[in-house]
Design a protein around this ligand. Structure first.
Ligand SMILES: [Zn+2]
Length: 195
């Protein structure tokens, strides 16, 4: 996906990313299910299910152990604390991935921001500043790899033309069809966690 110039993002034959963004936006108003961050909740960490365990008596921190994510501190802080931890987990995995692909694309990345974007999973502007949704922390590694490749390819091509897709494919560790299909099928689910 890309932020600018918008006119270049329109009308391309293979426009999966932006079509996906519209698909999400159209359904936001009627999401049937919420999956709040509470004690006992199950959340996928990079696609692997983890149970959330709350420790109200312990001092506020978050740690992972034996397939569980433990959150200490008061209940009213659990959701925010867990989200901050998940955002940091995503950054830790995504930032080196994006930089490695940018090196292969022979273009520098100016900045990588992880935030609560609900309309798109990732974006790359003409200033080489990228933005990703923190909710990608729930997606499997191959989806992360694809999105990193996709945005890194935008460092070279600010459009979704054939040369863009050829580069995106070459930067992706595996075929891009699997991750694209996964996002199409499960993208809505990613928006339900912690909301
Ligand atoms: Zn794109």
């Amino acid at each position: 996906m890309l932020t600018a110039p918008l006119r270049m993002a329109r009308g391309t034959a293979v426009n999966f990313a932006e079509a996906q963004a519209g698909w999400i936006a159209a359904r936001l108003g009627r999401l049937p299910e919420r999956r709040p961050f509470v004690d006992g909740a199950e959340i996928p960490l990079f696609g692997v299910p983890h149970r959330v365990r709350h420790h109200p008596g312990a001092r506020g921190t978050v740690w992972r152990e034996n397939g569980e994510i433990h959150v200490a501190g008061r209940a009213e802080h659990l959701s925010r604390r867990l989200k901050d931890w998940l955002t940091a987990e995503l950054r830790e995995r995504l930032v080196p991935l994006v930089h490695a692909k940018a090196v292969r694309a022979e273009r520098p990345v100016k900045r990588i921001t992880v935030r609560d974007t609900r309309s798109r999973w990732g974006s790359c502007g003409p200033d080489a500043a990228m933005s990703f949704s923190w909710r990608l922390v729930f997606a499997p590694p191959e989806v992360l790899d694809y999105l990193a490749a996709h945005e890194a390819a935008h460092l070279v091509h600010l459009n979704h033309g054939p040369r863009f897709w050829a580069l995106a494919r070459s930067l992706c560790d595996g075929p891009i069809e699997g991750p694209q299909a996964w996002l199409k099928k499960n993208g809505e689910t990613l928006l339900q966690y912690g909301s």
